[in-house]
Design a protein around this ligand. Sequence first.
Ligand SMILES: Nc1ncnc2c1ncn2[C@@H]1O[C@H](COP(=O)(O)OP(=O)(O)OP(=O)(O)O)[C@@H](O)[C@H]1O
Ligand SMILES: [Mg+2]
Length: 242
Amino acid sequence: MTMRAPATDLPIVLDNVTVRAGALDILDRASLLVGDGQPTVLIGPNGSGKTTLLRVAMGLLSPTLGRVTWGGRELSPPVRRAIVFQRPVMLRRSGADNIRYAMRVAKIPRAEWDARLHELLSLVGLAEMADRPARRMSGGEQQRLALARALARDPAVLFLDEPTASLDPAATKALEDVVRAVAARGIKVVMSTHDLGEARRLAGEIVLLHRGRVIETAPAAAFFASPRTEEARKFTAGELLI
Ligand SMILES: Nc1ncnc2c1ncn2[C@@H]1O[C@H](COP(=O)(O)OP(=O)(O)OP(=O)(O)O)[C@@H](O)[C@H]1O
Ligand SMILES: [Mg+2]
């Protein structure tokens, strides 16, 4: 498969981004630089702004104030990006057909379909289930299928919004293994989770959000070993951050 290293869509830079909904700033002057390398993981409690920040970084939502650039460009979100939403919706067709559909939409040449389909299904461990109706698959299987479908587009940047939120430990491990494999291929992963363990296992860099603010950004090792802020200290100690 021709999965190339990220080129021009990085870095993704948020400069003082505010997203206002009514009287509330659901993102409050958030600044962030997402470069290449290991996954960038957004953590924070429910409602802290993770999904909103992802949507802004993907170019699906425009800031009320501030600006976002992709590889230095404004107003032109990444083309080679793919997204897996928290509750992916599958077509009422087989797993394989869901992936074929994504390849058609992404205009992947037909000559490459079979090889790519085969590789993606094995990557996510669904080779045996390719012909099953996607909507009959378990939650964990559908999450992995959603990931394969996203990868079918040959993205340089992959956004994942709480990809393991409702999965059990075995399904979580399976999905995390795929994320690691994807990152090892040079695809930039930007994901959210409210699972600290997952952040520890996957992150190159951690971004802690609280009430719409970017509280702390740090390499994962440093973040867990010596959190700089009170919020990060609480969060890493497993105390409730409300
Ligand atoms: N369009 C909107 N209008 C009003 N409020 C909104 C809108 N979108 C999001 N919010 C609010 O903004 C806050 C941040 O939402 P967001 O979905 O980004 O949080 P989150 O960190 O992803 O939470 P979770 O962990 O529950 O997924 C929440 O309080 C949410 O209710
Ligand atoms: Mg969310």
